[in-house]
Structure formats: structure tokens, C-alpha cells
Ligand binder design. Sequence first.
Ligand code: BG6
Length: 498
Amino acid sequence: MAKFPENFLWGGATSAAQIEGGRCEDGKGLSHLDYVYFRGPKIPCNFMLTENLRKARAEEATLNFPNRRGIDFYHRYREDIALLAEMGFKSFRMSISWTRLFPTGREEKPCPEGVEFYHNVFRELHAHGIEPLVTMIHYELPIGFVEEFNGWESPEIIPYCVKYLKFLIDEYKDEVKYWLTFNEINMVTAVPWLGGGILLDKDEELELPKGFRPFGPLPKKMEERWNQVSHQALHHQFIASALVVKYAHDTAPGCFVGNMYNLHHLYPETPSPQDALRAHEETEFNMFFCDVMAQGSYPKWILSYYRKHGIHINFVKDYEKILAEGKVDFISLSYYLSSVVTADPARQERVGSFIRRLQNPYLETSDFGWQIDPTALRISLNELRDRFHLPIYIVENGIGAFETLGEDKTVHDDYRIAYLRSHIEAIGEAIEDGVDVIGYTPWGCIDLVSCSLVSMSKRYGFVYVDADDEGNGTYDRYRKDSFYWYKKVIASNGEDLE
Ligand code: BG6
């Protein structure tokens, strides 16, 4: 087994919306994720249309909003951090909630209780020798910005966001060394509501066929609108990100700022040149998000892609300079599954929660239909090394499963151990291949609210949280079998995976 570097950052990952709870406490405002309501443990949230937000607003008293409860980390962070420390964590990925600091996003001064909460969390982490890895924006934006600006579609959001991001650097730079700007920045094009707070039908009437589902082929008008709005929004996020990267470099030497994108390895379905070309194009498309943030410019091909697809980007003044000056220090990524590409647009099936491609007949699948493929991670890590020559931080990976607490007050999650073992092996092999992987923080180290399903039923943790989809339960924490296994992995620096 390959040796992981001595200072390898073993840890785990979370996000504010999915763990904190206390969503209306101490002056906190609500974000767009606080309006996503539970519809069933296997039904992905679909919030692309205004009517859904209208419903959430109108039925606020009766709908179930699991993100508002999280797992009560807001009150239990000391207990939780002690559990992470017991596993030997070196690194803890968390995000800061924009609306806990600036409730509507427009305040001149931040909310003091919110500012103090994150200081307390960082102090607690450092007291246990755990390095925080902080995502500045893990999807969330103030709900008012959805309603006024249609989220990231409008450039008007940029100054408010940059003010918030610069505040984070100024306030926390002595406690936080590793930062990520936008979580899974490619999600704004894949799921515009989630990644950008964008309603696709804002200001225009889109005629949707009866029984419309987001996973089938899209109506033409919606496809066009989707492309246009999401790439414009992405441009605004690139700008905000680059501005804060430069600011961090100028004012907080010693900080490392990374991008964060959802890595999705693709295989052509057949050796036909058409399938291969399609897979190549989609891979390039996925890499483009890193190209802009790591190389500091838009690749030429995406500009001709925009022309071909009638996408017109209103580039922000001086954008080339801004991007060139705001290149990230490392690449970070989430990785869960791979999928298969066909050149035939009519043959699409649901892959993961939101993607339209094909399942791979050679792979096993989780309870939630996500296919398990550690080899693709190794391949992709090698590709990223060749393209960017930057350190790589794997900041999400894991398997979501239905689980219940046994009478012995634990969960025997051997499937999770098997999943993580195979992925750690693949990372070790990539390190032997010469990839500079600096850390690994599996997702949902403590059970948390699923993002795509807004449910507690999909669990990723080493620690079980006694809470259900309706918020019933004690919220007490219990160590699963994987807890003890991961502790051994960390103690042996990745040598002991048994
Ligand atoms: C990533 C997100 O896409 O996947 C996380 O950054 C999310 O927020 C994770 O929770 C797993 O997805 P899900 O839908 O299973 O929670």
C-alpha cells in the first residue's frame, strides 16, 4: 500500500445548511436552502420553478424544512468536535452561512452572535488539533436575493457577496488557513436553483408539458433559458471567487484558497467515434470550471460553444484581468460516482440525483442508485495532475445509505467501510502515480440532512444521529462500526485499511 504523505489531511466534511439548525436563532436570516421542503426520502428536490418557492412561502407553517433543523450542530458543536477528535481528524470541512453573518445580505455590519459562533467553532477545532477547511459559500444565498435578483443571474449580487467574502478573510484569517470559495461551482449549470438560487421561469411564461420531470429531455425553450441563465450566473460566481482569491493573497499570506467542483468521470458507451467525442466534450465541459479558476481565463472552446448554442454572456468589466489575478492555489473536488455517455440524446436515464446520462453495467450501485467506481477517481486524479500541476484536496466522497440504530446502539456499516476502503486505496495508487493529493475529507462524517433529498434518511456518517425526516428523535450521537475503522486508518496514516 502506498504511503500517504506525512501531513496528509485526514478528516471529514459538512456544510452549514445541512448541520447547523438554529436557522432562526440569534438574528440569523433564511437562505434559499431553508425553503426547500421535504417530499419523500427518495424524491430529489426540484425547485426550478417559481410556483415551488411560492408554495414554500405560502405554506411555511405546515411544510417540513429539514435544513432548518440540521443536526443541531449550532448547539452541539463541542460534542461533535470531540467525536471527530476521537477519530483523530486532522481536518474538518465546514461552511459558513452567509445569512448567519448577514441575515439579508445587505447589512452594513455582521450579526455579532454569528461572528462569535464561528470563532467558537474554530477555537474548539484548534484546541483538538484539527485544521478547519472552510467553504465560503456552500450553495446558500439570502432568500431575498433570489426574489430580487433571481440569485446569481444578476451581477447586482456580486458586490454584496464580495463584501461578505472579504469579511470572512479579515475576520477569520488567523484561524483558517484553507478556504474554498464556491462549493461545486459546476452545480450552477447542472442544477441552477441549488447552485445559484435561480428560478428558470422568472419573468417569463414557460410552457411545460404535462407531467414534466427534470430528468427527461427538456422543452426547447427551457433548455435555452437554462443554458443562458446558468452560464451568466456562473460568470458572476467566477468573478466573485477570483476577487476574493486575490484579496486573500494580498491580505492574508499563508492562506490557501481552492476551487471546488463536482468531479464526474465519464466513459463512452461504445468505441464509436460519436460516443467518444460526446464523452470527450462532456469531460472538457466539466474541466472547464477548473480551467477558469486555476488557469485564470476562459478556454477558447467554451467561447465557441457559447456561440454555437446562442449563449450570450455579459462579461463583467475587466473580467480577464480579474480572473487572471484570482487563480486558486489548489484544486478541490467532490467525487461520488461515474457515468456513461451516449451520443444518442433520446437515451438518457437518471444517474445520481440530478444527472441525465447512462448507468454503467459493470458497477455496483448504492441504496440510492449511485454507482461505485474508485478506479474512475484514480484516473481522474491523474488527469487533473497532468492538466493543472496543482495540489489536490478531495473534500467530499462517500456512500449514502438507509440505516437504523440497532439494539446494540450502533450501526454495522460494513458497506461504508468497503466503499471508503476502495476509494482510499485508489487515492493511494494515484499518489504512487505521482498525484499530489494533500487531504481527504469524506462527506457527512456525522449524519446530516441530504442535500438533494432534504432528508435525514440518506446517511453518510461515521456517527449516527438519532433524528428522522420529520425531526423526531433525541438527536443523540452514536458511533458506527466505520467510526472505529476510520480511526485506525487515520492512526496508521492510511496503512491499515482492514
Ligand atoms: C455534494 C454536495 O453534491 O453532494 C453536498 O456538496 C451533498 O452538499 C453531497 O450533501 C451528497 O449529496 P446528497 O444529495 O446525497 O446529500
